[in-house]
Design a protein around this ligand. Structure first.
Ligand code: SN0
Length: 315
């Protein structure tokens, strides 16, 4: 594997899941694979799980990890080609990425959607700039359109907890006070489309995901109907794609509650975290034994370690 930007970078999902199982069972089994190699973890946005799980994953492989918070700990970057740099930005991505690539063997980047210009976000301007200019393998730690490390951890968690061969998985929109990117939902749909699950997507009208992710899925606008017989409820907020970046509804009726979980087939609750309690989901669901959120977060180490292992093996 020479990059991990989205699901297209993996050759076989079943093989990757098998490898993830091996990594989880034997986390220190490849301790010398990363010897004398290094990874730079670059954050343009906040992170708790991604930052820590990536460092843990690297350590398990003997890989040296350095974290840089781009706008806080380094120069503000310019991404536009031909820019006259007489404003806030002190360094262009062309030099910054090339220098980072000269220092490290792998670069991992987090750069959220800005939610202002849809074409710009969906062109993956920042992620592509790193791929183009750093000259070493790049890992997506949530870009403007996707969060594949999260989707892989989600799938590992579903595989571990499913009680039937092809479980019913429901991606449900939930209310949130702020405008949130579509990245997590996009990747979740992208990975579940390939996985052995029956996916249902439910959200209020106006929250349809980008057609390239939605594919043939027809959203179920009735949340209760969507929940019927579900084995997994995956809650997530996202802002509108069609009215780009807008919060069209904050309807508390969409919050995940114990009452709604009763419509399911004793479903497990999932969320990528961080989660707004009693806005996205009520305490009683999150604190119940049906909640998988901590195990799901723990599997972020496994997803990153599996990707890093494959990358190091092909170096
Ligand atoms: C990010 C998102 O894309 O949904 C990261 C999730 C892994 N989440 C947020 O930005 C939540 C921020 C908030 O204010 O709750």
């Amino acid at each position: 594997m020479n990059q991990f930007l989205n699901i297209k970078d993996i050759s076989s999902l079943p093989d990757l899941l098998e490898e993830a199982k091996e990594v989880k069972a034997n986390p220190f089994g490849w301790k010398s694979l990363g010897k004398n190699k290094s990874i730079c973890l670059l954050f343009l946005n906040p992170s708790l799980r991604t930052r820590l799980s990536s460092q843990r994953a690297a350590q398990n492989l003997g890989l040296d990890a350095v974290v840089l918070d781009v706008d806080a700990g380094s120069w503000k970057l310019e991404f536009a080609d031909g820019a006259v740099m007489n404003g806030d930005s002190a360094e262009h991505i062309r030099e910054a990425a090339a220098v980072i690539g000269a220092y490290f063997d792998v670069v991992a980047i987090r750069a959220f959607a800005e939610l202002k210009d849809r074409d710009e976000d969906y062109s993956e301007k920042i992620l592509s700039a790193f791929v183009n200019y750093c000259g070493v393998p790049v890992i997506n730690m949530e870009s403007s359109t996707g969060h594949p490390l999260q989707a892989l951890a989600d799938l590992i968690t579903i595989e571990e907890h499913k009680k039937v061969a092809k479980p019913k998985v429901v991606l449900t929109w939930a209310p949130h006070p702020r405008a949130i990117p579509q990245a997590v939902a996009n990747s979740f749909v992208e990975w579940m489309t390939v996985a052995d699950v029956e996916l249902t997507i439910t959200h209020p009208k106006g929250y349809e995901l980008a057609p390239q992710y939605l594919g043939d899925f027809k959203p179920e606008y009735d949340q209760q109907k969507a929940f019927e017989d579900a084995d997994f409820i995956y809650a997530k907020n996202w802002s509108s794609y069609t009215e780009y970046g807008k919060v069209l509804s904050n309807d508390p009726k969409w919050m995940i509650t114990v009452e709604k979980m009763k419509f399911t087939n004793k479903a497990k609750f999932m969320h990528c975290l961080p989660v707004r309690r009693n806005q996205v989901v009520e305490d009683a669901v999150l604190d119940s034994s049906d909640s998988l959120v901590i195990e799901e977060a723990a599997n972020r180490i496994v997803s990153m370690q599996t990707v890093l292992k494959k990358m190091l093996e092909s170096m």
